[in-house]
Structure formats: C-alpha cells, structure tokens
Design a protein around this ligand. Structure first.
Ligand SMILES: [Zn+2]
Length: 310
C-alpha cells in the first residue's frame, strides 16, 4: 500500500514537472511567436512605405517621361514641317529653274530656227516693195519630170519647200487629178526676158497686167509655182474652171500653199494658177479665217516665219 502511495506520489511529481515544462515551453513559444509577428509587421510596414515611395517615384517618372515624349514629338513635328517646307521650297526652286531652262532652250531653238529661215520667204511684195534683183534662194531642188507640165524644163523650187509641193501633187494624184508644175523658180533675168516677150506680143500695158512685179518677186523667191492640169490645152486662163483648181482651193493649205492673188483681190490681177508656199501653219490660219496672205499686216505674217517648215 505504501509502495502504491509512493508510486502515486512519484507519478504526481513527474506529471507536475511535465506540466510546468509544457507551460514554460508554451510561454517561450508564445513569446517567440509574438516577437516574430512584431518583426514581420515591421517588415511589412517598411515594404509598404517602400512601395509608396516607389509608386510616387514611378508616377513622377512616368509624368516626366510622358512630358519628354510629348516634347520630343512636338520638336520632331516642327523639324519635320521645317524639312517639308524646305523640300517644298527646293521643289519650287527646281521648278523655276526647269521652267527657265525650258524657256531658254525654247528661245535658243526659236533663234536657231529663225537664223536658218530666210525672212524674205514670207515677205509681201507690193507695187512699192520688190525683191532685190540679186536675190536667189540659197538651196534649190530640181522638180522631177513626172511633175512637170513641160518635160525637161528643169524647173526648180526652194529645197525646203519642195517636199510640201511633192506631197501636194501626190495627194492630188491619189484623188484622181492631174496637177503639174507649169512654172516655178524664175531668176530676175529670166523674168525680164519673159516680160519683154509678152511686151512684144501684147504691148507694154497688157504685159504689166499679167507679168508684173509682184508675181515675179514670188517666183524669184523659189517658193511660188504656176500650176496646170490636163484638158485645157495648157491655157492658164482656163485653170479656174477645172476640178484641179477646186481641189487646190480645198486642199492646198494642208501642204502650206496659198493662192496669192485670188478673185477680186485689191493687190494684183486674179491668178488662179499661181500658188505660193507660206507654211502649213499660216496657210491653215488663212484658210480657216477666210483671209488672203496679202490681207495681213507684215508683222502679223512674220510671227509665222519660225514655223515656216513645220
Ligand atoms: Zn506665177
């Protein structure tokens, strides 16, 4: 019994000791835990304040960055506009230079052409203005026999005007007509001889009417032709009743030829056979406006000189 009691006592003390130990451990653990929580709280506080700081810094940095980007963008826009303006100015300048260059080359071309074209070729020859007796075309082309009314007459025409005559005669052939060159270039001496011949036959009064000075000047130029067709026995006076004449009235201008002395003109006798080369541009203008070469002022005619062979 006593043993039993002793045992109980020992158990009691052991239990008590364990209890005390447990309580102590719990206490220590609680203290440690509390300490740890405090430390964690402090860390959290520190982190929070760091985050706030970061947020503030970040916000201000973002704002600065945004402002900086806006500024840069605006600077770039200004610079770009300036460049665009510069490019525009350069383009404008280039355009001006190009235009000036074109104008200069145009003037040079015009001068070049004018220097090559004999201004006599578009002169009006009146009762008071004659072509110099010493004048002769610089270049002449012999008209082939096929186009001549009198074969082997060796008529000549000013070389640059000749292709226009040839094309006109070919076109008339294509329209089933026969138009021939009756007379073309005549030198001053030839004309004198012709005139004295007429004078002998008809007397000076009549000779002056159909072989006088205006017509002669145009033949001496080398750009006038007297034309003839078949069926009228080579009589120039009957030429205006022919289909060939009607065809010429409707088509000669396309090849640069005009009737110098039309019916009822104030300048000379009517010469339906006498056609003068004045260039396609002027001939077309005269045809479209129903005007005659001798109706125009000389200065108006001179504007067409540069385009004479175009
Ligand atoms: Zn003539």
């Amino acid at each position: 019994m006593i043993n039993f009691l002793k045992k109980m006592d020992i158990i009691y003390w052991v239990m008590l000791t364990i209890l005390v130990l447990l309580v102590s451990i719990i206490g220590i653990l609680a203290w440690l835990g509390n300490n740890h929580i405090n430390s964690l709280n402090k860390k959290i506080e520190l982190l929070s304040s760091n985050i706030t700081l970061l947020e503030t810094t970040s916000a201000s940095t973002t704002a600065e960055l945004k402002e900086s980007i806006t500024q840069t963008h605006s600077d770039l826009s200004i610079a770009l506009n300036k460049e665009k303006q510069n490019v525009g100015e350069i383009e404008e300048l280039l355009g001006t230079v190009k235009k000036q260059n074109e104008e200069i080359s145009g003037t040079v071309t015009t001068l070049q052409k004018l220097s090559d074209i004999d201004p006599e070729l578009l002169q009006k020859y009146s009762k008071v203005f004659f072509l110099s007796e010493h004048y002769a075309p610089a270049r002449m082309t012999e008209i082939p026999d096929d186009y001549e009314y009198f074969e082997s007459k060796f008529s000549k025409l000013e070389s640059q005007a000749y292709p226009y005559l040839e094309n006109m005669l070919k076109a008339s052939t294509a329209d089933d007509l026969e138009i021939y060159v009756y007379s073309a270039y005549r030198s001053y001496e030839e004309q004198l001889a012709l005139k004295s011949q007429y004078t002998v036959v008809y007397g000076s009064g009549t000779a002056n009417q159909f072989s006088a000075d205006q017509g002669y000047s145009e033949h001496q130029l080398g750009t006038a032709v007297d034309l003839m067709t078949t069926g009228i026995g080579g009589n120039l006076d009957n030429f205006d009743g022919t289909e060939a004449y009607q065809w010429l009235l409707n088509n000669a201008y396309k090849f640069g030829f005009v009737l110098s002395y039309p019916q009822d003109n104030k300048y000379y006798v009517y010469e339906p056979w006498h056609w003068r080369f004045v260039g396609v541009k002027l001939a077309t203008y005269l045809h479209n406006n129903n005007k005659n070469f001798y109706d125009l002022e000389q200065r108006e005619i001179d504007e067409y000189l540069v385009n004479l062979f175009e």
